[in-house]
Design a protein around this ligand. Structure first.
Ligand SMILES: *Cc1c(COP(=O)(O)O)cnc(C)c1O
Length: 482
């Protein structure tokens, strides 16, 4: 499908859908937002949506559903075993991801649990382009460790590398040689590398990974949670694939992997996940764990209605008009901010816009959680909830020391077909105000710090009265509390 061209204007990310069901939003006054921050320990995960205007925390389970998905949910065949809904999903998985054996799970991390449980032994090393929080937690849970083998410029904020999610092939070979192939149960490639700013890998890189995997007889596992967006950026950025359809590109990606798993919360619907493969031996090794951890093999902990939505949603990822909406809005927002000098991860990736808190809050020490502070400050002045992706999202090491993140990012997620362009313009406008007043952002310290996944439950407090001062300045500048 060709993109619509505009006369005299720069490109406008046009919505190729109409809104037919709406949900009212509230923008509560800044005084209430400040109180909500204190109640939630300056952790945006702890905010209640009644206090949130635009929820840009995550794309997980928040993408808009289509009319066809909702219609399919009405046809659900409720059955513990042998549900027709499951077979419809299995057919969709085979059509879209090209794999005939399918194990349903309740969400992406459950797939990671089953894969790690089955294939990892103590002391193993899992090479990957980059980790995702839950993947890392499961790999270490079963005694493995990870080796992140990104190319050198992947962590450079402003880069022109179209494929920052590529794995470095020389580092991959060195890692396998060093650890011995018997201690490398699989190579993990994550589509649209979530934690480094939603950055894709190329098909040619994945082909190189496949060659290495074949040479050493190692499995290749693809985390396909964001495969649609990665495929879309391949079509945009990798010359050899520009004439191909989304279906061709996605099939090519999954054909190169032995095992594909995904979180359906990102990929296709609002819950669920799955593991699929064409290798019966791999399927049989994992099969028994589904009834053990998830539920029977024909529902895997999902509701049957969700399974129907997933089947339709999977096919919809092949529709370029649908899949392009979020990346195109992100590109718009990234360029809007970059053109005014705000440091954002470039090139624009998928999933959301990622701001560099290390630069924006360079006056705040990393030990006072720059990205967490930026997230709190941005909520305060806008009512917009983003997510810290920095050191708070890391865990302490075994000795109890902080493990400082490579990047301190504030992620503003742009779920599919949820926001309008005027809302995106509001995001940019408030961020420009905050950037101009960045010196006013202060640090945070933990007041309650759980040892596992602290970014979810942890509570923090400001290190001074900077939020109060910022509120006062905001009220003066806008002559208002909204
Ligand atoms: C969200 C996500 C997961 C985990 O999926 P859940 O459904 O949240 O458990 C795994 N990998 C990637 C790349 C993700 O984005």
């Amino acid at each position: 499908m060709g993109k619509i061209k505009f006369y005299k204007t720069e490109s406008i990310p046009l919505e190729l859908h109409k809104v037919r069901i709406v949900q009212k939003l509230n923008l509560v006054p800044i005084e209430r937002r400040l109180a909500a921050l204190y109640e939630g320990g300056f952790n945006t995960f702890q905010l209640s949506t009644k206090d949130v205007f635009l929820d840009m925390l995550t794309d997980s389970g928040t993408n808009a559903m289509s009319d066809n998905q909702l219609a399919a949910m009405m046809q659900a065949d409720d059955a513990y075993a042998g549900s027709q809904s499951f077979y419809r999903l299995q057919t969709a998985v085979e059509e879209v991801l090209g794999k005939k054996y399918f194990l349903p799970v309740h969400q992406g991390r459950a797939a990671e649990n089953i894969i790690s449980n089955t294939f990892i032994k103590k002391g193993d090393v899992i090479p990957m382009n980059y980790h995702f929080t839950t993947a890392l937690a499961h790999i270490t849970q079963y005694g493995g460790r990870i080796a992140e083998l990104l190319c050198d410029d992947a962590l450079v904020i402003k880069s022109e590398n179209p494929f920052k999610g590529n794995i470095d092939i020389d580092k991959l070979i060195a890692c396998i040689e060093e650890n011995g192939k018997e201690n490398v149960p699989f190579i993990r490639m994550e589509a649209s590398t979530n934690l480094i700013g939603g950055q894709p890998f190329s098909i040619s890189n994945l082909m190189d990974v496949r060659r290495v995997a074949d040479k050493y007889g190692i499995m290749l596992v693809l985390d396909a949670s964001l495969i649609g967006e990665n495929a879309y950026l391949i079509k945009q950025r990798e010359k050899e694939w520009q004439e191909n359809t989304m279906a061709d590109i996605m099939k090519m990606m999954t054909n190169l992997a032995d095992l594909v798993y995904f979180s359906a919360r990102k990929l296709s619907s609002s819950r669920g996940g799955g593991i699929c493969t064409n290798r019966r031996d791999l399927y049989l090794k994992m099969e028994a764990l589904v009834p053990l951890f998830e539920g029977f093999l024909t529902y895997g902990g999902m509701s049957i209605r969700e399974i129907e939505a997933m089947a339709v949603g999977l096919r919809e990822t092949l529709d370029e008009d649908m899949i392009s909406q979020s990346p195109d809005f992100i590109k718009y927002l990234v360029h809007e901010l970059d053109s005014k000098g705000v440091p954002v991860v470039m090139p624009a990736g998928v999933l959301g816009c990622h701001l560099d808190a290390m630069q924006i809050c360079s006056h705040v020490p990393q030990s006072e959680y720059q990205a967490g502070a930026l997230a709190a400050a941005f909520y305060l002045i806008s009512g917009i909830r983003g997510m810290e992706r920095g050191s708070i999202s890391n865990q302490r090491d075994e000795a109890g020391n902080e493990t400082w993140a490579d990047m301190e990012l504030l992620r503003l997620a742009v779920p599919r077909r949820v926001f309008t362009l005027s809302q995106i313009k509001y995001v940019a406008d408030r961020m420009l105000w905050l950037y101009d007043h960045r010196e006013m952002i202060g640090g945070l310290k933990f007041t309650y710090e759980p040892s596992v996944l602290r970014f979810f439950m942890g509570k923090l407090a400001p290190t001074s009265d900077w939020p109060e001062k910022m509120m006062a300045k905001f009220r003066r500048d806008f002559q208002d509390s909204l």
